[in-house]
Design a protein around this ligand. Sequence first.
Ligand SMILES: Nc1ncnc2c1ncn2[C@@H]1O[C@H](COP(=O)(O)OP(=O)(O)O)[C@@H](O)[C@H]1O
Ligand SMILES: [Mg+2]
Length: 230
Amino acid sequence: MIEGISIEVKNLSLNISNNQILENISLNFEKGKIHAIIGPNGGGKTSFLKCLLGQMPYKGEILFKYEDKDKIGYVPQTLDFEKTLPITITDFLSMCYSKKPAFLSPNLKKKELFNEILEEVGLKHKEKRLLGNLSGGELKRLLLAQAINPRPNLLILDEPFAGVDTVGEQYFLNTIKNLRDEGITIIWIHHNIKVAREYADTITCIKKDLKFQVNKDEEISNERLLDIYS
Ligand SMILES: Nc1ncnc2c1ncn2[C@@H]1O[C@H](COP(=O)(O)OP(=O)(O)O)[C@@H](O)[C@H]1O
Ligand SMILES: [Mg+2]
C-alpha cells in the first residue's frame, strides 16, 4: 500500500491584480480518498489547485502531512504546445524521465519502462505518434501516465475528462478508483456533480469561497445547487 498525503488548508485567499479569486477557504483532505472539487466555470477551482502546487502567491496556510520521499502527480487542465512540433510520445516520455538531453535516444531499459507506462493507459504501440496528432483523450491519458509513474502519494487532476470520449472516461474512472485503492490521495476537479457523487469520497464546492464540503452520502440540497450554478 502507498501512504497517501493528507492536506489541511487554513484561511486560504488569492488576490491577483486586485481580483479576489479565492477567499478565506479552510478545509481538510483526508489521505487515501478521492476528493472531488466542483463549482461553476471561473469559480477558482484551477487556481485553488495551483495554490496547492505552490504556483500561486496565496495568503493563508497549506499544511501537507508527508514524508521526504513522497511525490505529487499532476494532470493539468490543458497542455499548451505548438501542434506542429516534431515531438513523439517517446520524446515526451524521455523528457519526463531523463536527466540527460532528450534528443539522445532513450536506452533499452527506458524503452521497457515506457512500454509498461503506455500499456497501463491504453497507448501501447502508439509511441511513435506525434503529440500534435493525439486526440484530446489520448493526450490526457499520456499526461496521466507520467503523473502516476512512479506512483505518487498525492494525485491532482484538473478536469481529466475534458475532451475524453465515454470509453476513455470509463477507463479513467476505473484507473482513478484503483489508484485510490492503492492508498493514493486524489484531488480531482470535475464538472459533472453526478459523476463526482458516484466516484468521490468527498465533494467540495468552490465558488470564490468554500460553498460546502460533504461526504459521498450526504445530501446536497437543491437550494445549495441553485446558489452555486445561478
Ligand atoms: N494568472 C491569473 N491572473 C489573473 N487572473 C486569473 C489568473 N488565473 C485565473 N484567473 C482568474 O481567476 C478566476 C478563476 O479562474 P480559474 O481558477 O481558472 O477557475 P475555474 O478553474 O473554476 O474555471 C477567473 O476569473 C480567472 O480569469
Ligand atoms: Mg479550471
